[in-house]
Write a protein that binds this ligand. Sequence first.
Ligand code: PLP
Length: 415
Amino acid sequence: MEFLGQHAIGKFLQDDALKLSSDAKKAKKNDPEVIDGTLGAFYYDDGTFCTHKIVKEVFNKLGDQDIYSYSTVDGGKDFQNAAFNHMFRAYRSYIEQTMAIKCIATPGGTGALVSSCFSTLDPGQTLLVPTPCWGPYFGIAKHRNINTETFFMFDNDKFNIKEFKEKANKIIEKQNKLVFFLNDPCNNPTGYTMTDDEMLELIEYLNDTKVPCVLIYDCAYMDMAAEGIKKTREKLKHFTKANENVIICLCLSYSKTYFIYGQRLGAQIIIGKDKKAVEDLYNAGCYLARNTWSNCNHGMISLVTTVDKDINLRLALDEELSVVWKSLKARSEIFLKEAKEVGLYTYPYSGGFFVSIPCKNNKFICDMLKQDYKVYLLPVSGVVRVAICSLNEKDCYGLAKKIKDTMDRYENFEI
Ligand code: PLP
């Protein structure tokens, strides 16, 4: 007897990062020598996991009505204001001068990615995805029977605009529309950040296609960038160069910025020159939200709107975030310096939670790192991913050599 609907047959979570990371956490609890570089959550150098002080302070003062009542489907006006302010900072009015703009609260950045992809593609159509990439990109598409095509992200150490265009052209030929994910800045898993010129060239290409193009801009790690908050926002100005045939869905993850991972809040911010198209996408997003997750975590919505309305709270959050990205910078510098010394190639890293090493038999190498050195790393998308966010500086010393030695030792091993 088959109880599953046709669309659900064969769907199961395999090698899920959350599960693998929980195994690593258990191993570390039993053996403090374990090095756990699996999950995308920030740990301070003393090994503690905690949210920001400002988050606790504000949350603890919220009333029951602010936390436990239902929120509206899109999060409400104050939330939308907070999301726009957070996303664009000083450049908000610059963006709003030329672009229509709408916003929907979502359960994390994941919800924003799902909403953007589902509302713009039909089952059987194709989503363009970079590789290497965050694993759930494929699941998000497959879940709705949307196909995926990939482009390799790098041309030497630069963004691979050539392959992007080739793959995009093929998709456009077939479906007369282009929808794609782009994870920038501080890409997961590589840490790559696109340059201004690369972004401008990409937008110029989208304009030239003349067909509907949807850039789903996954900026989950934007507040972890070593170049700081101002620079990441400055780059968003380039989106105003997009013509009427381009819509940009910016997927904000409060999980990462506010350290509220399990509390589930994000935003789908839709911008474009075609006001009606932006409104249509907003309406479709609200419909999807109401009939999927209904509404988002009201306590977290109240938290971010309270912070938004108080400049001192915003400054305090920025201060706490600067400790985080400075710490990531210090850890990455240790790892990358040693990687260079031992000849371990990594994809170009600019900032953020992860550094990646291309590796064909990545799953096997990760198993051997566990066995030989008690080092837990994640095999994703053709790479060994080092989550420097969850390591302390001490763990970073000597790690590149352990990875290099393991890769050399098992290079010719037939699995
Ligand atoms: N995008 C990328 C690249 C991520 O790594 C993550 C989380 O790990 C997300 C989006 C979404 O995170 P969340 O749904 O927790 O906001």
